[in-house]
Design a protein around this ligand. Structure first.
Ligand code: LMR
Length: 397
């Protein structure tokens, strides 16, 4: 029966990691996938996580099934990070949060829910967006369109294009917005620009689906949630996919959450019942370990403080790597001005490298980047940055 099954294309991000893993060259560097490595080139196991894990191990916790929507104080913790302490929306019973399998899981549960109840809506994603956004929403059955976003000439936001395309969307369209640290470009709208985007979303009755996978990697946990809070406080019905993969360095634990802000308390109950149905018919209920650890950190003032500091450490190191990359590429003789790299936010830089230059980097130097030119700055460290900078300077010549 599978004779006509075609070979699927390699995943543009995780497929590159497969290729990287198969590369036997010792000096290889993976700047493809969005993963934070420390200065020793290792994925850190945070102290805050270690302490929570230790306590959990000592408690010899049983591993029964979790509820369909996951661990209650994990969901509350995730909600508080997004909407802030004492959010009136939460008090009004307008918010529901469910534990999901990473941020991708949140997007997928949200997409399946939306497809069941807004089947004719278009989904608009930024041009460019995270590679998996289009694939995921198309798989869920949606017609996916793009709104203008990046301006290659200025290496900044094409704000006029963005607002024009948002205004031109059919009423009721679903619009996927990156709340901070845009993936892949690292270019975010300013607060004033967000205010204008919000007005268009309201006027066109768009349904925002905010993706926030890098909270804490822009300016800080509170600062990076401002856009989410502004949209929620404006009374909009919206969805939010959030992830702790990066901020807790718990990638493989699949720790994410889907939050929905509904119209009123009674509606929230109905939406939750349907979201739970989506989960039950997909994977029944989520896993225990990662979410228990995250919940323990989020709900302990002491561990939370430690985590916040560790996150600041990651954020600062990425900033340092951005600056060093710019300096070193220049020192290696590149004439192009790469100072835009310092202005970009989060883990990524849309470096401006062409697909051909990316290929040269991979073939000649074992340096892996996405063919769009996206590089993960968080994978640079004091040992590999010279080699990477030299190779980029050479590729740019
Ligand atoms: C990325 O964009 O590299 C990350 O979000 C990881 C992923 O799942 O693609």
């Amino acid at each position: 029966p599978f004779a006509s099954v075609e070979l699927a294309p390699r995943d543009p991000i995780l497929g590159l990691t497969e290729q990287y893993n198969a590369d036997t060259r010792p000096g290889k560097v993976n700047l493809g996938v969005g993963v934070y490595y420390d200065d020793e080139g290792r994925i850190p196991l945070l102290q805050s996580v270690r302490r929570a894990e230790q306590a959990r191990l000592e408690a010899a916790a049983a591993r029964g099934y979790l509820p369909i929507d996951g661990i209650a104080n994990y969901n509350q913790g995730a909600q508080k990070l997004l909407l802030g302490e004492g959010s009136p929306l939460v008090a009004e019973g307008r918010v529901l949060t469910v534990q999901t399998l990473g941020g991708t899981g949140a997007l997928k549960v949200g997409a399946d829910f939306l497809r069941a109840f807004l089947p004719d809506a278009k989904v608009a994603i930024s041009d460019p967006s995270w590679e998996n956004h289009r694939a995921l929403f198309e798989r869920a059955g949606f017609d996916v369109v793009t709104y203008a976003y990046y301006d290659a000439a200025t290496r900044g936001l094409n704000f006029a294009g963005m607002t024009d395309s948002l205004r031109a969307l059919p009423e009721g369209s679903i619009v996927v917005l990156h709340a901070c640290c845009h993936n892949p470009t690292g270019v975010d709208p300013t607060a004033e620009q967000w205010a204008e985007i919000l007005e268009i979303v309201k006027a066109r009755k768009l349904v925002p689906f905010m993706d926030i996978a890098y909270q804490g990697f822009g300016d800080g946990l509170e600062q990076d949630a401002q856009v989410v809070r502004r949209f929620a406080d404006a009374g909009l019905t919206m969805l939010i996919s959030s992830s702790f993969s990066k901020s807790f360095s718990l990638y493989g634990e699949r720790v994410g959450a889907l939050t929905v802000v509904a119209g009123n308390k009674e509606e929230t109950g109905r939406v939750l019942s349907q979201v739970k149905r989506t989960i039950r018919t997909n994977y029944s209920n989520p896993p225990t370990h990662g979410a228990s650890v995250v919940a323990a950190v989020l709900n302990s003032p002491e561990l939370f403080k430690l985590w916040d500091e560790e996150l600041a450490g990651m954020r600062d190191r990425i900033r340092l790597m951005r600056q060093e990359l710019v300096n070193k590429v220049k020192a290696h003789g590149a004439t192009q001005d790469l100072s835009f790299v310092v202005k970009q936010r989060g883990m990524f830089s849309y470096s401006g490298l062409s697909a051909a230059q990316v290929e040269t980097l991979r073939e000649e130097s074992g340096i892996y980047a996405l063919s769009t030119g996206r590089i993960c700055v968080a994978a640079l460290n004091s040992r590999n940055i010279d080699v990477v900078a030299a190779a980029i300077a050479k590729a740019l010549k």
